[in-house]
Unconditional design. Structure first.
Length: 146
């Protein structure tokens, strides 16, 4: 399973907002600090705002911040909200499946179970688990210092 850049950037953004909770962060400053696309990050912010993970203020003095406490931001929910599909293999999508062995293949069920286990593993963690250790938070802030 490989997560999209959209999800990767969403998780990175949430970590930064979690370790620097005071004030608003502009998309431009976050993109520069991570060395990522501002346009792509704008789309990430839009998704996270629509799903209620962040609050976004437009205009002069605007920016983005967490909409919930880090303990209330579940990683499994973030991944489900930011991934466009979980089609690990072609046969997971009935509309586009052209695999000739799909009707007799025994691979689909084990892969579905593995995907469910992957998401269940993420469901056990919150943003607070990623940033809660003071040493790790300091290191993250240092690595991202503007």
């Amino acid at each position: 399973m490989r997560l999209t850049l959209h999800t990767d950037y969403a998780l990175r953004l949430l970590m930064l907002l979690g370790v620097e909770p005071g004030g608003l962060h502009t998309v431009e400053s976050v993109a520069q600090r991570y060395g990522i696309s501002r346009n792509h990050l704008n789309k990430v912010v839009q998704t996270l705002a629509q799903k209620g993970f962040v609050e976004s203020q437009r205009g002069r003095g605007g920016g983005v911040r967490l909409a919930r406490r880090p303990e209330a931001i579940n990683l499994g929910r973030v991944v489900r909200a930011t991934e466009d599909n979980f089609h690990v293999v072609e046969c997971f999508c009935d509309e586009t499946n052209t695999c000739v062995v799909a009707p007799a293949c025994g691979l689909r069920d084990p892969l579905q179970q593995a995907l469910a286990a992957f998401l269940a593993g993420l469901d056990r963690y919150s943003l607070a688990d990623l940033i809660g250790d003071p040493t790790a938070s300091r290191r993250l802030r240092r690595l991202l210092s503007a």
